[in-house]
Write a protein that binds this ligand. Structure first.
Ligand code: NAD
Length: 429
């Protein structure tokens, strides 16, 4: 069976023995069992609206021509335009894009964003492209899928192997062909051409907000809590620093090489994040160091796995000593580990809620673009705070009403919204 990796700036990261599509279909049937949704609606949600496949020719720097395969999978748009990342990766498949597009449907729905789910990409190793080749490939891909996307139809974003510059080229190519500057066609752009302030920090900020609310829910306070964060990248470092600023004792943070550990609390601002200096956590002068495996088993109030998928497994779930797990990465907990942690009454706050700050600020970016009005960082953060609290409240209400896990509750909220919208609109014709 294929192993799949999800990564999404609007979204996430999984390593599972089941494919992305199998995971998505399993999650759909599990969520369907939790709530009352019409069977016909569930049947419709098992299938994407469309999966577009295109050939993308590229003139290489040496003058030769190569044709790459690109995809855009659109799962469902009952609540609004499709939304999801574009990844450049050698293992991109139509099936993977379809599974990940379903996952984006739930993520947007749990946040109550007026978007549906999409995902796309090109089967290519971006490390084997020069900057010029990557630009030409991106521009031609934008042209090949131009009829499929658009600011009112489907709004891509960066994902694995793509970034703000890729989105800038994509937006320029689309705009040139449409004859008008159209910043709202993609999110994750540089702020100078319509990107949003606070977009980069948003997933980590949402993780910190949700960790704070989870602590409150379980009768703890941030300033009396200890936190361990695996991965000191965009998500992990931003979450750790905010929790530190709010008074938490961040005792351990790690990168691929291992963890810095101080029971008195680390100075998280003094440790270089992945972006500031890649893989430099161990250069920080901490009193102790740990392996990544040891970090996951620390006796802390909150554990934030924010590096990779599938780090909490059947092998270590029994050894997790944290009181609460808040998923920063996508899919850090396997379903076997989930069951063990549930049995042990260790709450796991799911990725689709905790790291959804990224897609939420993408929504703000889109609003700013279509209104031609830039928001201040303060406004972005205020609105993000209020949307995270609202989604948290919705999921918490489901947890309390249905006596279910946080993950099941988040999926129930999402599927309930999509199902209600489908029932209300009916089936055309
Ligand atoms: P990043 O590249 O900025 O940082 C990743 C960090 O993880 C680095 O510090 C790296 O050293 C560390 N790491 C890598 N391998 C490791 C290992 N084996 N053990 C421990 N640490 C390891 O990545 P990111 O953008 O912060 O993404 C982290 C996770 O969050 C991914 O699962 C991603 O899909 C997910 N996510 C990212 C965003 C986003 O917008 N950046 C949004 C939602 C979810």
């Amino acid at each position: 069976m294929a192993t799949n990796t999800l990564d999404d700036s609007d979204g996430d990261d999984y390593e599972e023995t089941e494919s992305a599509l199998e995971t998505a279909l399993r999650q759909l049937s599990e969520a369907a069992a939790q709530i009352d949704v019409d069977d016909g609606v569930i049947e419709r949600l098992k299938h994407p609206t469309r999966v577009v496949e295109v050939g993308v020719p590229l003139k290489r720097d040496d003058g030769s021509v190569e044709v790459f395969t690109g995809y855009r999978a659109q799962h469902d748009d009952v609540r609004g335009p499709y939304k999801g990342g574009l990844r450049y990766h050698p293992e991109v498949t139509a099936e993977e894009c379809t599974g990940l597009s379903m996952w984006m449907t739930w993520k947007c729905a749990v946040m109550d964003l007026p978007f549906g789910g999409a995902k796309g990409g090109i089967v290519v190793n971006p490390k084997e492209l020069s900057t010029g080749e990557k630009e030409r490939l991106t521009r031609r891909f934008a042209e090949e899928i131009r009829e499929t996307i658009g600011p009112k139809k489907d709004i891509p974003a960066p994902d694995m192997g793509t970034d703000a510059q890729t989105m800038a080229w994509f937006m320029d190519a689309y705009s040139m062909q449409e004859g008008e500057t159209t910043p709202g066609v993609v999110t994750g752009k540089p702020p100078v051409i319509g990107g949003s302030e606070g977009r980069e920090e948003a997933p980590g900020r949402s993780v910190a907000i949700i960790a704070r609310e989870a602590l409150r829910y379980y009768d703890k306070t941030v300033d009396e809590s200890t936190v361990a964060v695996q991965g000191f990248g965009s998500v992990g470092a931003n979450a750790a620093r905010l929790l530190d600023d709010w008074g938490a004792n961040v005792v351990a943070v790690s990168d691929v090489n291992g963890a810095a550990y101080d029971t008195n609390g680390l100075d998280t601002h003094a440790i270089p994040s992945h972006e500031e200096q890649p893989e430099a956590v161990m250069q920080y002068d901490a009193p102790n160091t740990l392996t990544n495996e040891e970090l996951l088993e620390l006796d802390v109030d909150v554990l934030v796995p924010a590096a990779l998928g599938n780090v909490l497994t059947a092998d270590n779930a029994d050894d997790v000593q944290a009181d609460i797990v808040v998923e920063g990465a996508n899919g850090p907990t396997t379903s076997a580990a989930d069951a063990i942690l549930d049995e042990r009454d260790v709450p796991v706050i799911p990725d689709i809620l905790a790291n959804a700050g990224g897609v939420t600020v993408s929504y703000f970016e889109w609003l700013q673009d279509i209104n031609r009005r830039q928001w201040s960082l303060e406004r972005v953060n205020d609105e993000l705070e209020s949307m995270m609290l609202s989604a948290w409240g919705d999921v918490r209400a489901e947890v309390e009403a249905g006596d279910m896990s946080w993950r099941d509750a988040a999926y129930a909220v999402a599927l309930g919204r999509v199902g209600d919208a489908k029932t209300s609109r009916g089936l055309w014709p």
